[in-house]
Design a binder for this molecule. Structure first.
Ligand SMILES: N[C@@H](CCC(=O)N[C@@H](CS)C(=O)NCC(=O)O)C(=O)O
Length: 257
């Protein structure tokens, strides 16, 4: 079916480059799908994807990276704004009268604080136990059989953990900060900034990070019981990946021990 868009009325298709298990890549994918855009997803190998993205002509080194109508878009925030221009309805960033500023503030916080914390915690957890790494590859469009991908994983995990500063000091600090961060998500839900009938850019940004955190057995039960957990599951019904309990209990928020 043709869409009435800033691109004309032809069917709109995008190629999205991600890495397996990437929460912002999934946010990008969900936002494209929300606009009715057909998405072809390709996953690159984490760490090495920096080089691949450059070879593909993207200026930056992070995913999501999207090819859409001859344009190259990179970064969830850039993608959301570009999508609203190309396909105005339904909007990802609401109009001023509908709380635009609060949504953009929530998106910015989730992008800069929550998203990196979730990423560091999962890479740190994978350094401790990579036996379930294959679970993160379930939906991946990697072009490699899962057994091959898991066999080459150890140096990739080490590299990604180093690039993302997923050391123990950060993990400990990130775990200590989580209760306040989830309180903030619950607050955004209570204020109606996120969790409305029409998901906005902050819904996708927050929910994909919370969902990634919920792949950690150390945190999943605790998060599930909170409004933030229910919201994440509603916005992101499927997020493959699971790691058993790996963190020292005294690093965990008291309610998660
Ligand atoms: N915050 C940005 C960046 C996303 C990001 O850092 N993605 C990770 C994968 S989850 C990445 O590509 N990292 C590459 C690197 O720093 O090497 C966004 O939301 O687009």
């Amino acid at each position: 079916m043709g869409l009435s868009t800033g691109l004309g009325s032809a069917a709109v298709r995008a190629t999205l480059f991600g890495v397996p298990g990437s929460h912002p890549a999934l946010a990008g994918q969900l936002m494209l799908e929300r606009k009715g855009i057909e998405v072809r997803r390709l996953d690159l190998v984490a760490g090495i994807h920096r080089v691949m993205l450059r070879l593909l002509g993207f200026p930056g080194v992070t995913v999501p990276a999207v090819r859409l109508d001859g344009r190259r878009l990179q970064g969830t925030r850039t993608i959301a704004l570009a999508l609203d221009t190309l396909v105005p309805s339904p909007p990802l960033v609401p109009a001023e009268a509908d709380g635009r500023d609060a949504v953009l503030r929530a998106e910015g916080w989730a992008d800069e604080v929550l998203q990196p914390a979730a990423r560091r915690l999962v890479w740190n957890a994978l350094r401790r136990d990579r036996s379930t790494l294959g679970s993160y590859l379930e939906d991946a469009k990697l072009g490699l059989p899962v057994p091959v991908a898991t066999a080459v994983a150890p140096p990739i995990i080490r590299l990604a953990a180093r690039l993302n500063r997923a050391d123990d000091e950060h993990a400990r600090r990130d775990l200590a900060a989580l209760p306040a961060q989830l309180d903030r998500v619950d607050g955004l839900l209570a204020q109606g900034v996120i969790g409305g009938d029409q998901p906005n850019v902050a819904d996708y940004q927050v929910a994909t990070s919370v969902r990634l955190l919920m792949t950690l057995d150390d945190l999943s039960g605790w998060i599930e019981r909170r409004p933030a957990g229910a919201h994440a599951q509603a916005v992101v019904p499927r997020f493959p990946g699971r790691i058993g309990r790996v963190f020292p209990p005294d690093w965990l928020p008291a309610a998660a021990r």
